[in-house]
Design a protein around this ligand. Structure first.
Ligand SMILES: [Cu+2]
Length: 114
């Protein structure tokens, strides 16, 4: 009998904000030390989520870097772009908040910086 091992694709999983209102996905497979990250955001019903305030703070497990929160801007409907600078390569998290007029929810999205 064959055991088929399927490698995990680099395609990052979609992340749901802690209140369940929005689903975020990173467009890029990996991020550069400096550059734009694009996040697509959907409502709970799967429709494009527009006019949100999205704030992103890079974080690395077990390390202290001088990382500050950066506002994302809506580049296209439901796609938010944020200019990030990472101080080293490796496994990072994009911690952040998504908010509309009624609520604010948090997320943590794993990313690889090369
Ligand atoms: Cu580090």
């Amino acid at each position: 009998m064959f055991l088929l091992l399927v490698a995990c694709a680099a395609d990052p999983a979609a992340i749901v904000t802690d209140g369940g209102s929005w689903t975020l996905e990173l467009v890029e497979d990996v991020l550069a030390l400096q550059g734009d990250a694009h996040l697509t955001v959907q409502d709970a019903d799967g429709s494009t989520a527009t006019k949100l305030a999205v704030l992103v703070t890079p974080r690395m497990d077990g390390m202290v870097h001088d990382d500050t929160a950066v506002d994302a801007t809506e580049e296209a409907e439901g796609t938010y772009v944020v200019a990030l600078t990472f101080s080293m390569r490796g496994a990072w998290w994009l911690d952040g908040t998504v908010a509309d007029d009624a609520r604010s929810e948090t997320f943590s999205l794993p990313v690889t910086v090369e």
